[in-house]
Design a binder for this molecule. Structure first.
Ligand code: UD1
Ligand code: CA
Length: 452
């Protein structure tokens, strides 16, 4: 059985922000949420987040997770932080300690760390420059004997390149007994979690070590500089993953995936695109430059021209979208639909082969097949208090600059003359016009400027 403690009480002074450090976003998601998502994948019996003074917004922000939140106040060190969580943990479990500001730790690495459940299991890393980290001290038989913090280390110990990432796992009942014995007689006057290593060794409990698959997994965030660096590393990883799968990226350095992007075969993505939440791009989809897509599904063969925004929508196969198109939540386009420049669609379904190519608003509408929506057409769905639906049946032709005052139904095969304001349902296969008759006034004099 697994218990997970996530330390998230640090002030994050160097972020220079009113937001608690662990709520700053990496790839569009709070740092702590990354850790919780990873933790959930290990199916723990218990999760406990240790948060700090001023961080009351942290439990609120993460309320959707089945974790308990304990306040550490004051913050007297990493050992003291884990102590606060102990009442929440079960003796017959293994406790894994993670950090709310180390967001990219991967489940595979943690599963490896948890392969030695009877030991004190440490995640360590060899670094070219170990400055600032706790060093892993080993004896002549290469067995770990202790962890010594930078500030307490001798010059010989400072030369050690194997560092403590902070992440560790231990049988909970042992951890409980060790934490009870922690002191704070060190250069920082803190209760060091790392002191449990020497205790385990003294007790004859084996100390095992594991390394992360990639070093970025254990990178911590203390400043906006480090946050930006890790963001780039993560985005490069996403780009590499997509390229490896066969996706064409115009420039892997100019792509941002803030969530999960799933691509079919022969997908092409131009520069500057942002994908948020869960986005599916089916085979042969092309995404033009500077397009933003969030929580949407784009079916095979659809081309999206530059500067389009698609949010919580379903786009069918072989559609043509944009440039400068906006699909808002609740849009469902069937196949072969064309949505052109400066067309906004919201909470509407548009059937096969229909087109709205220029400057239109289609909201709360049901549009049939083979419909042509002329330039400048507006569905007037809002009466100032309530929203109403517009129904446009198959084979309708709407002339340019038409207002359709909802609720209204444009019947099958009917035509609306340009410049009309339609307030009543139309009959099938008729022409409906509502504009005034054109007149020409002969001898019309234009006004002339008055001289003062
Ligand atoms: C700690 C380790 C060090 C390791 C390094 C890796 C100890 C004594 N040292 O050092 O061996 O190389 O991490 O980055 O554990 N925290 C709390 N409450 C506290 C103190 C810290 O929640 O009272 C949290 C912080 O928010 C942070 C983490 O614990 O997420 C590490 O704390 P930090 O002060 O950065 O530890 P280091 O001194 O860097
Ligand atoms: Ca630190």
């Amino acid at each position: 059985m697994l218990n997970i403690v996530i330390l998230a009480a640090g002030k994050g002074t160097r972020m220079h922000s009113d937001t608690p450090k662990v709520l700053h976003a990496l790839a569009g998601q709070p740092l702590l949420q990354h850790v919780l998502e990873t933790a959930v994948q290990l199916a723990p019996a218990k999760m406990c987040v240790v948060y700090g003074h001023g961080g009351e917004v942290v439990p609120k922000a993460m309320a959707e997770y089945a974790a308990s939140f304990v306040l550490q106040e004051p913050q007297l060190g990493t050992g003291h932080a884990v102590q606060q969580a102990m009442p929440e943990l079960m003796d017959d479990s293994v406790t894994l300690v993670l950090y709310g500001d180390v967001p990219l730790i991967q489940p595979a690495t943690l599963k490896q760390l948890l392969q030695y459940p009877d030991t004190l299991s440490l995640l360590t890393l060899r670094m070219d420059d170990p400055t600032g980290y706790g060093r892993i001290v080993r004896d002549s038989a290469e067995k770990v004997t202790s962890i010594v913090e930078q500030k307490d280390a001798t010059p010989e110990q400072r030369a050690i390149c194997e560092v403590n990432t902070g992440i560790l796992a231990a049988p909970t009942h042992l951890l409980r007994s060790w934490l009870a014995k922690l002191g704070n007689k060190n250069s920082q006057g803190e209760y060091y979690l790392t002191d449990i290593v020497a205790m385990a060794v003294a007790q004859g409990i084996e100390v095992s070590t594991t390394q992360p698959a990639q070093s970025w997994e254990v990178m911590g965030i203390n400043s906006k500089v480090q946050l930006a660096e890790l963001e780039r590393i993560w985005q490069q990883e996403q780009a590499l993953r997509l390229l490896t799968q066969g996706v064409t990226l115009a420039d892997p350095a100019r792509l941002d995936v803030r969530g999960k992007l799933v691509c079919g075969r022969d997908v092409e993505i131009d520069v500057g695109c942002i994908f948020e939440g869960e986005v599916h791009l089916a085979n042969k989809v092309k995404v033009g430059a500077y397009t933003v897509i969030r929580n949407s599904i784009i079916e095979a063969g659809t081309h999206i021209a530059p500067f389009s925004h698609i949010d919580s929508s379903e786009v069918g196969a072989n559609c043509s979208i944009g440039p400068y198109a906006r699909l808002r939540p609740g849009t469902k386009l069937h196949q072969d639909v064309h949505i052109g420049n400066f067309v906004e669609v919201k909470n509407s379904e548009i059937a096969k082969g229909s087109k709205a190519n220029h400057l239109s608003y289609i909201g709360d509408s049901t549009v049939g097949s083979r419909v042509n929506v002329g330039a400048g057409t507006i569905t007037c769905n809002y009466d100032g208090a309530n929203k109403h639906r517009t129904i446009i049946e198959d084979d309708v032709f709407i002339g340019s600059d038409t207002q359709l005052i909802a609720p209204v139904t444009i019947k099958r095969g009917s035509t609306i003359g340009a410049g009309s304001t339609i307030t009543k349902d139309t009959a099938e296969s008729t022409l409906t016009l509502s504009r005034a008759k054109q007149v020409s006034v002969a001898g019309w004099q234009r006004p002339v400027k008055q001289t003062k």
